[in-house]
Every structure is written in structure tokens, then in C-alpha cells.
Design a binder for this molecule. Structure first.
Ligand code: UDP
Length: 241
């Protein structure tokens, strides 16, 4: 029916940057957290099972600052990045709980006092009980991204779709900032996205989605009500499938 959500189990990928407010100088913005929590709550109230995969780019992204002449080893930097995702995950947990949404955090790296370990069957049980599950620490492996984590977890839990929140409102045939005539796609196939090298996700993440036929919706998180509308099957952002 038209009033039933199209997607019953979703993975929402939030970049770390989406939680910060650069102009205010906030690594994690309370106002932004609250806004995101309310958007998630709305979808939770519809009975949709929700997993969050959160990035860490607002805190650390594998490298020291651009102005730094010092370098940190790739694997060390990646673990720093994974730990950054834990910090963001806890912030989201706290805010969701304060809005009455039950949450469990599962980590790909062991940090028992803070988060449960990632256990697939337990994650599914949480979803069935109406808890939002936040996956932190990425895949637990260096050389991967949180987009890849979203693709992996979505495949593992049998999600209907990955919703990737970005700064742009979808996929265009050219850079919409540089090219005023750029055309936005409502829908595009994996093969066309690949052929035209549209940057939907990094190549590892993208090929996981392609191989496992996991649809991706790329949408603008700042557009109010976008998650709910997308879940209801409205045309929001760009659907890659
Ligand atoms: N990371 C990693 N393995 C993973 C996921 C993340 O090593 O499975 C590290 C990597 O250094 C990455 C950082 O954590 O740059 C933060 O994740 P990401 O860049 O995906 O965050 P986002 O851009 O979404 O904020």
C-alpha cells in the first residue's frame, strides 16, 4: 500500500563530516546531531529497521593535517580513523536515546566497555526488537572505508537499500558546481555509473554493492524529511540499482 514504507530494513551511511559544523568550529555539532536524530526517529516510528554506519572524517581520516610535514603509517592512521568513527557513533547513540529511540552500538574492533562486538545474528535480533544498530570502527581493517563498511554490513544483514547521505542531492552527469547545465539522475544502473565513472562510492564499496545487487540511494542529508520520503519510495536524490 501507498502508506507502507518501500524499504523495511535500511543502512544509513553518515559521513563524519555530516556531524560537524565547520563554520561554528564544532567537530560534532549538537544541533546537527539533534536534527539527524529526529529524521531517524521519524523513520523508526514507521517501523523501519535502521542500521547506521558512521564515518570519522570530521575527526581523522587516515592522514595528519595537510599542513603537516610528518606522516603517520597507513595502518596506524587507518586505526585512528576507525577509532574516530567510535566517537561519532557514541554521539549518535546518546542523541538518539535522548529522543526515545533505543540503540545498540556494535564495533568491529573490540572495545567491550563501550560497545558490543559486531555479531551478525545479534545485530539482526536488535533490529527485530526495534533497536537502531550503529556499526562503528568500520570493517575493523585498514585500507577500507566506511562506505565499504556500509556495503558489507548491508549485504550481511540483508538490507533493502543503502542510503548514502552526502553534501550533494544526487548523481549528476557533470559537476553541478562547475557546470550549470549538469543533469541530475533520478535513477541510474550500476553499469552506467561504472562506465561513466560517476563517483557514487569508492571502488571497493561500489563493487561490493554491484556484486551483491545492493541498491544505493545518494541523497542530501540537509534536505529536511529526505530519509522518510526516500523510505516511502518517493524520488529523492539518485537511486543506483
Ligand atoms: N577506516 C579504515 N577501515 C574501515 C573504515 C574506516 O581503515 O573499514 C579508516 C580510514 O582511515 C578512513 C577513516 O577510518 O579514512 C574514516 O572513515 P571514512 O573516511 O570512511 O569516513 P567518512 O569519510 O565517511 O567521514
Amino acid at each position: 500500500s501507498k502508506n507502507q514504507p518501500k524499504y523495511k530494513r535500511i543502512v544509513l551511511k553518515l559521513s563524519g563530516e555530516a556531524l560537524g559544523d565547520r563554520t561554528a568550529g564544532d567537530t560534532i555539532s549538537g544541533e546537527i546531531l539533534q536534527r539527524i536524530a529526529l529524521e531517524i526517529k521519524k523513520v523508526h516510528d514507521l517501523g523501519v529497521q535502521i542500521c547506521l554506519v558512521v564515518g570519522g572524517g570530521n575527526i581523522f581520516r587516515g592522514k595528519l593535517g595537510a599542513a603537516s610535514s610528518q606522516k603517520v603509517d597507513r595502518t596506524t592512521g587507518d586505526f585512528m580513523g576507525m577509532m574516530a568513527t567510535m566517537i561519532n557513533g557514541l554521539a549518535l547513540m546518546d542523541c538518539l536515546e535522548k529522543n526515545g529511540v533505543p540503540v545498540r552500538v556494535q564495533s568491529a574492533l573490540h572495545i567491550e566497555e563501550v560497545a558490543e562486538p559486531f555479531i551478525l545474528r545479534r545485530a539482526i535480533r536488535h533490529l527485530e526488537k526495534g533497536r537502531v544498530v550503529i556499526f562503528v570502527a568500520g570493517t575493523g581493517n585498514p585500507y577500507f572505508s566506511t562506505d565499504t563498511t556500509a556495503a558489507l554490513r548491508a549485504s550481511e544483514i540483508g538490507a533493502d537499500v543503502i542510503m548514502k547521505a552526502t553534501k550533494v542531492d544526487g548523481i549528476y552527469d557533470a559537476d553541478p558546481v562547475k557546470n550549470s547545465g549538469a543533469k541530475k539522475f533520478d535513477q541510474i544502473t550500476f553499469i552506467d555509473a561504472l562506465k561513466n565513472q560517476y563517483a557514487v562510492m569508492d571502488s571497493t564499496a561500489f563493487s561490493l554493492c554491484l556484486d551483491n545487487e545492493m541498491p544505493i540511494i545518494v541523497f542530501d542529508m540537509n534536505e529536511s524529511d529526505s530519509i522518510r520520503r526516500a523510505v516511502m519510495g518517493e524520488t529523492i536524490g539518485t537511486l543506483v540499482c
